[in-house]
Write a protein that binds this ligand. Structure first.
Ligand code: ZN
Length: 68
């Protein structure tokens, strides 16, 4: 389960920092977006990372709790 949690966190990190994907055009580099959109994307990425870290810590805490 820790491995699955790690995989989920990895996927979230990839979603946060990987290229933005358009269904029609494929991956688009962040630098191609206007500066104000980029800062919004950065904020969204930070929120995703915080969510990922919180989820990971919760899963680890749960695993430790179950083993006791
Ligand atoms: Zn497009």
């Amino acid at each position: 389960m820790a491995g699955a949690a790690g995989g989920l966190v990895g996927a979230l990190f990839y979603a946060a920092f990987g290229p933005f994907k358009c269904k029609q055009c494929g991956p688009i580099a962040r630098s191609e977006f206007p500066k104000d959109i980029q800062s919004k994307m950065t904020l969204g990425s930070l929120l995703l990372v915080v969510t990922a870290v919180v989820l990971f810590v919760l899963v680890i805490a749960l695993l430790i709790f179950i083993k006791k």
